[in-house]
Design a protein. Structure first.
Lengths: 417, 413
């Protein structure tokens, strides 16, 4: 929420923050090839300031020598002069320059569009954050614990209550809620993008073939590499934080949705078709319900990965627990960093357990969701109050139209009690 | 109302260049040759036959013979490469997507070998699944599904989930799901093959019972010949995608089209398929009961034919009883003048109906002093079965009529 100077020029504001990361991000993975590319003047691109270049040089130069020596030998052996093969792999692919030029060009021409994209994300994020931060701490803890009870059962409800109380006692409640809002917003976007994408990949072999390497890249590219272009396009603050998190956390949801749908037994799909299911009915009545454990595992993974991005995102001025950790490291205040880290871990464990419990197919619980948990309890209490004057208690229920419901409620009450 | 299915020159080629494979197939190349030359696999090769309304039509064959492909052509889970499939005169290959869905929801349903029940739905919701797809309202479809479930005797399990039921019960649910929309055609793809033998027999009885309640056209895929013989009104035998023979169980046992079919049916329990009427012979002496012809001429005829037994029939050929030379002699001893044949009847000779399975005759024949008389409709005498006849019938080296097989076929695998 607390954007820093969005109206002036986020890029200039980003420069100091990203200087460090940008330099290492650009040269780090490409340092090796770049050094090979032009061994004569290895770094015509921005010279890295710190001691890292000594390390790079030390690492890169010998290998460059080795390679060029290796390439020279056969060339000399074949014929002198004429076509020199080593030229082909010595810097004929200046990707580094292309990317820099391309990014400059995109930034120059399309930044307003990217800035316009900030609007909706920002609004959503702000809304979620406000909703989480606005209620008093104790009320919010109660709400979240009840939610966990409803979704994942009584034990987890209590565990959530205790965990969140610890967070509050640590004095990091508002930071935790900022982080939670970031994670939930990212999750929402991941679900909106990831599940349809996963369904598409499960249906189209060609799409699967083309999108898979993209997902691989999203998952394995070091976050610092795309941190820079995202900052150049979107500025700094929570919105690019969400975008970076989405990039990192989306792939497992896509993959697991795809996998879940592909793993639906083919004879069930065939049976559904044989009984006249349209493609939409096949998806909604057979494939998605049966893929649900897998999809929930994907959502769980997405949540965990978003939480692990919190610290990295704090480098581009995302607030919350990650910022605490970053500050703690910066000031060598290990206590601060540890408390922030502890908050992240507690959030992660609570979210993990709740989403995992959601992913378990619950056969033993025959009741609908509104008959379970706090909602069920509340409705039963209400029902009992309204039943009491009419029938003089629950015992008169059998024989009436609501008999099965009442019996259910009875059973549930005894179980709950 | 049951529907007729006509299959006309249907081909199915798996592969991306079916025309090439079809061209080769029309030149008379075998399935293996075509796979070698083109890499295309022939699933069904020039199948043409008619499945009559209301019959149980069994498609038999070893695995890979194309029978599962054939049945999936009937509801277009697999599209044919060439040929026409007419259901009640309508070519189902002309159906567009919407019409096809309509057809699958209303007219044709399928039971699968693997049961294919949806694990996330209760038994009742599974049975109602087809109706749900058809957009039938919950208030209508659930009672209908309950009725279908009651038909197979599983109504108390409605709230359970499929994996809480045994295999046989699951397949009953599969059957109920197929019956829920009251379709005219039922496709059963190895429906009972995954069940153990006793349950399988139960399910076959169940199917026959359901067929008595309401006749549907049932296309039943099986690799179990005993099953086919037991429930099939007619049987088609497939080999390498080709339909080798179509006929009633008796026809197939009596006149196998080729060595393959003969080999195939070799192991079948013929005694369970054939009926007494099939092997009864009229080589015995028949005498008519009449006022003028009594015991004496009967004895004379027996001596002429050098036989021990004679069967007495009424003028309209109804069976009345059996007499032997001994019994006639005893009756005539010390008796003058004509004597009615009924005085010489041998007790303990009961006629069997012509539709008695041969497997039930063994004990009767052991107890009977004479060849068993067989009667048809209204007690008509059809012939008798002697012990020799029965032994010849049971001998696997002869055909059901006791003639030696034309060629000694290689031992079945």
């Amino acid at each position: 929420m607390n954007e820093n100077t969005p109206d002036t020029d986020p890029w200039s504001a980003a420069a100091p923050a990203s200087d460090n990361t940008a330099a290492s991000a650009i040269t780090d993975p490409q340092g090796g090839p770049a050094a090979l590319a032009d061994a004569a003047n290895p770094y015509d691109t921005p010279p890295p300031p710190s001691g890292s270049d000594a390390w790079l040089e030390a690492g890169a130069t010998p290998s460059g020598d080795f390679l060029s020596a290796g390439a020279d030998a056969p060339a000399a052996g074949l014929q002198d002069g004429g076509f020199q093969l080593h030229r082909l792999w010595d810097g004929s692919l200046p990707v580094q320059d292309w990317i820099n030029q391309g990014l400059d060009w995109v930034v120059l021409h399309f930044r307003p569009i990217f800035h316009a994209l900030r609007g909706p994300v920002d609004a959503l994020l702000g809304g979620v954050e406000a909703a989480l931060v606005f209620p008093p701490t104790l009320v919010m803890i109660a709400i979240l614990a009840l939610l966990a009870w409803q979704l994942a059962g009584g034990v987890l409800g209590v565990a959530t209550l205790v965990s969140l109380a610890v967070v509050a006692m640590l004095g990091i409640w508002s930071e935790a809620m900022v982080t939670l809002s970031l994670v939930l917003t990212s999750l929402l976007f991941c679900v909106v993008i990831g599940i349809p994408l996963g369904i598409w990949l499960a249906r189209s072999e060609r799409a699967h073939k083309w999108v898979r390497p993209v997902l691989d890249a999203m998952q394995t590219t070091p976050a610092f590499v795309y941190l820079v272009p995202v900052v150049m396009l979107f500025g700094i603050g929570n919105v690019p934080g969400v975008i970076v998190t989405i990039i990192f956390a989306l792939p497992p949801l896509v993959r697991l949705t795809n996998l879940g749908i592909r793993q639906v037994r083919p004879d069930l799909v065939e049976a559904a078709r044989a009984y006249g299911a349209s493609p939409w009915q096949l998806l909604t009545k057979v494939q998605l319900p049966l893929a649900m454990p897998s999809i929930m595992a994907g959502i769980n993974q997405t949540l965990m990965l978003s939480l692990s991005m919190v610290v990295i995102a704090s480098m581009i001025a995302v607030g919350g627990l990650g910022l605490m950790v970053l500050r703690g490291i910066g000031r060598l205040d290990m206590g601060l960093a540890a408390v922030g880290g502890l908050g992240i871990v507690i959030l992660a464990i609570v979210l993990d357990r709740v989403t995992q419990a959601l992913g378990q197919p619950r056969r033993d619980q025959r009741q609908r969701w509104y008959r379970r948990g706090p909602v069920g309890l509340a409705s039963r209490l209400l029902q009992r109050r309204s039943d009491a004057p009419a029938h003089g208690g629950m015992s008169s229920a059998p024989g009436t139209p609501q008999a099965p419901q009442a019996r259910n409620a009875n059973a549930a009450l005894t179980r709950a009690g | 109302m049951a529907k007729t299915i006509r299959i006309e020159n249907v081909f199915k080629v798996f592969g991306d260049n079916p025309e090439q494979a079809l061209a080769l197939a029309r030149q008379g190349r075998t399935k293996t040759e075509i796979v070698e030359q083109t890499g295309q696999s022939i699933g069904v090769f020039d199948a043409s036959f008619t499945i009559e309304a209301g019959e149980i039509f069994v498609v038999m064959g070893l695995s890979g013979s194309g029978k599962s492909t054939l049945v999936r052509l009937l509801n277009r889970l697999i599209e044919p490469t060439a040929g026409r499939i007419l259901v009640e005169g309508e070519n189902i290959n002309d159906f567009n997507d919407a019409r096809l869905r309509e057809f699958r929801r209303k007219d044709i349903s399928m039971v699968f070998q693997s049961f294919a029940l949806l694990p996330h739905l209760t038994v009742l919701d599974n049975v109602a699944f087809g109706l749900e797809l058809a957009g039938v309202d919950k208030a209508v479809r659930l009672p209908q599904a309950e009725a279908a479930l009651a038909q197979v005797g599983l109504d108390v399990w409605a709230r359970s989930y499929p994996d809480e039921l045994s295999g046989g019960m699951q397949q009953r649910v599969g059957l109920a799901r197929a019956l829920a929309a009251d379709p005219a055609i039922l496709l059963m793809d190895e429906a009972f093959s995954a069940l153990d033998p006793i349950i399988r027999t139960d399910m076959q009885d169940e199917l026959l019972r359901l067929q008595l309640e309401k006749r549907r056209t049932i296309v039943f895929i099986s690799h179990d010949l005993d099953e086919a013989m037991r429930i099939g009104d007619r049987i088609a035998i497939m080999k390498d995608g080709q339909v080798v023979q179509v006929g009633t169980p008796e026809e197939i046992l009596r006149a196998p089209a080729d060595a393959y079919v003969r080999n195939f049916v070799r192991g079948v329990d013929a005694a369970a398929v054939f009926k007494a009427g099939d092997i009864a012979r009229k080589t015995q002496v028949e005498v008519s009961e009449s006022a003028t012809r009594g015991c004496r001429p009967a004895l004379k005829r027996l001596q002429q034919h050098d036989r021990e037994w004679a069967y007495v029939v009424s003028p309209d050929h109804r069976y009345l009883g059996a007499v032997s030379a001994d019994s006639l002699g005893r009756a005539l001893k010390g008796h003058e003048g004509p004597l009615g044949l009924s005085h010489a009847f041998v007790s303990g000779v009961a006629a069997v109906a012509e539709d008695t399975p041969i497997s039930q005759l063994y004990g009767l024949l052991v107890d009977s002093p004479c060849p068993l008389p067989v009667t048809g409709a209204q007690g008509r005498f059809l012939g008798a079965i002697s012990r020799t006849t029965l032994l010849k019938f049971l001998d696997p080296a002869t055909d059901p009529h006791g003639n030696p097989l034309p060629e000694p076929a290689p031992a079945a695998a």
